[in-house]
Each structure stands twice: as structure tokens, then as C-alpha cells.
Design a protein around this ligand. Sequence first.
Ligand code: SAM
Length: 257
Amino acid sequence: MTHSIKWIFTTSHKPNKEQIDKAYKLSKEYKSKYRNRRHIRDIDKENGMFIVERDFTVKFADKNSEIFYHPSISKIRYNNYESSENDYLIKTIDATPEATVLDLTMGLGSEALFMANYVKEVTGVEASFPLYLVVKEGLNNYNFKQEWMKKASKKIKIINDNYKNILMNIEDNSYDVVYCDPMFENPQMKSSPLNSIRQLAVYDKISQEDFEHMVRIAKKRVVIKARENDSLWDKFTFDEKVGSKNSGVYFGVIKIK
Ligand SMILES: C[S@@+](CC[C@H](N)C(=O)[O-])C[C@H]1O[C@@H](n2cnc3c(N)ncnc32)[C@H](O)[C@@H]1O
């Protein structure tokens, strides 16, 4: 993706030389600006800045949000699944160790990390540059305590683009599974792990054309997540719809083979 915005890259307070080097390198890579932490201005805090932390993960902060990488709910999902073998996502994607997954809406990457533990590879697509960079640097540098997370994080590739720009260029049957989890039309604001990303996220809706591309490029499954009252269910027909009445979150499944 081309980067028309000039971002500010800096470090946490009292940085070491490696942090400064990394912030400077990132600023060059993304054709943006490096600024010494002591010279950060109020306007930088307002517009947004990327902060290279001591562990080399990258935090994004602006006037509305502060986003840092964390494996988040993937840990709970993993523990639940390991004890009960019950998880709608893992079931609906029909996860196998050979499978490849295209996650079109990677967000904070929690589901990408969770899926990666059960498949060969996950390719994540994220349109928001701050989210993309925080997750990319998080997956590469976060000090994962659990062995499964260390391994899973290495199986994820990330692309910063809008899936609407790239779907048409992907060949037929390129991935076993195409997964899409757009921002809900009627979100559950209460304590959602997604509250932190609401200001930065992209709110695209799946068009008929997007849907047809998803079916074309998937070998086995297309899985789309939405809340019960989202318009997705009126727009498209699925082979299966599973989910929990309690949470109101459902997974629509197209079975290709
Ligand atoms: C509900 S969140 C996904 C959460 C994710 N499953 C997780 O585990 O963290 C939706 C994400 O998709 C991104 N998104 C929405 N429309 C997109 C598009 N057309 N292309 C790429 N990313 C998109 C949003 O910016 C947001 O980060």
C-alpha cells in the first residue's frame, strides 16, 4: 500500500540506541519522520505517533486511541478449545495442519494467532496502517510466554491493504479458507476487546463482488462472522450458520468441498 500520510516515529522515554535505530529505520521505510522523544510536540500526540518500545514492539497513540500488541482473547480461546474442542471459528474453517487461511480483516490479529496454531499458514490483510504496523511488529517482537503462541506467530504473514483492492488479483483456489470478520454494524460496546481500535478501523461492508471473489479464491471454505442483526444475513446465502445465542455472534459458512 502506498503511504501518503507522514507519520511520526519515536521511542518510549529514555530509549536505548537500538530503539532509536529502529524508530529511525521505520521512519525511512514508511517515508515518514523520526522525532526524538524529548522533542515530541502536542500536535504529534494529537495526530498520532508510533512509539518503539524497549522490547521493540511498536505502540500507536493519538488523541483518541492507544494501541499496543497483545495476544488478547486468543489465550482464552485456546484454553477453551484445548479443554472442550469447542470453538465456532476452528470448527467452521475445518482447520487441518495443511490448511492455508486468508484472513481478510486481521484487526489486532487475535483470531489470526489462534487459527495459526491449527493450520499451516495464515495470511492476514489489514487496511488500517496503524493496526497493521502495531500487529506486524508485535508478532515479530512480543515476548510470547506460551510455546504455541511463539510457533503460531511465525506462521502469520501480513499485508497492509484494503481487501477490495486485492481480491480480484488473487487466483482461483489460492487458499483453503477465506475468513472475513468485518466491523459489526451493531457492535456490542460493553468491554469488547475491539473498543481500542474503533477509531482507527475501516468499516467497509462486503459487496456482492467481494463475496464472489471470496468464493472463487477459496478451495474449501468461506467463513464470515457477523452479529445476528447485521444485514449480511439478508444479502448472502450460506450453507451453514452457527454461533451462540448468548453472544449474538454467528459464523456464516460456504462449503466449497
Ligand atoms: C472486527 S475487526 C477484526 C478482528 C480480528 N478478527 C481479530 O481477531 O482481532 C475488523 C478489522 O478489519 C479491518 N477491515 C475492515 N474492512 C477492511 C477491508 N476492506 N480491508 C482490510 N481490512 C479491513 C478493520 O480495520 C478492522 O481492523
